[in-house]
Design a protein around this ligand. Structure first.
Ligand SMILES: C[C@H](O)[C@H](O)[C@H]1CNC2=NC(N)=NC(=O)C2=N1
Length: 100
């Protein structure tokens, strides 16, 4: 998968297709609200499994009933396709956890 940083325009084009995700500095980010603390914790574990599979890792913040995700590509020093690939996988698994 390409590692070159995407342009601002390319990032914005991709964010437009990922409702709920936004640019946060030189990263992309999304916050989810869950029905309980346990559900939020289970979602973090599921995200970790996907991140190991992709060998691409976000910063995850677990709140009482929230999961916040921020990610960019460390080796590129910015947002790349790998970040969007991870974001799309997280969007796919989120509904199964009742995330909003
Ligand atoms: C050695 C390992 O493959 C690399 O360090 C991977 C791990 N996970 C990663 N995650 C992210 N977000 N960016 C990277 O550049 C990255 N590199």
């Amino acid at each position: 998968m390409p590692q070159e940083p995407l342009s601002q325009t390319e990032v914005d084009e991709r964010l437009a297709r990922l409702p709920g995700w936004s640019r946060e500095g030189d990263r992309i980010a999304r916050a989810y609200r869950l029905a309980s603390h346990f559900a939020a914790t289970a979602m973090v574990v599921h995200i970790a499994q996907v991140q190991e599979e992709l060998d691409h890792h976000s910063d995850l913040t677990l709140g009482y009933d929230t999961v916040s995700v921020t990610v960019n590509t460390h080796t590129a020093g910015g947002v790349t396709e790998r970040d969007f690939a991870l974001a799309r996988r997280i969007e796919e698994l989120a509904p199964g956890h009742g995330a909003q």
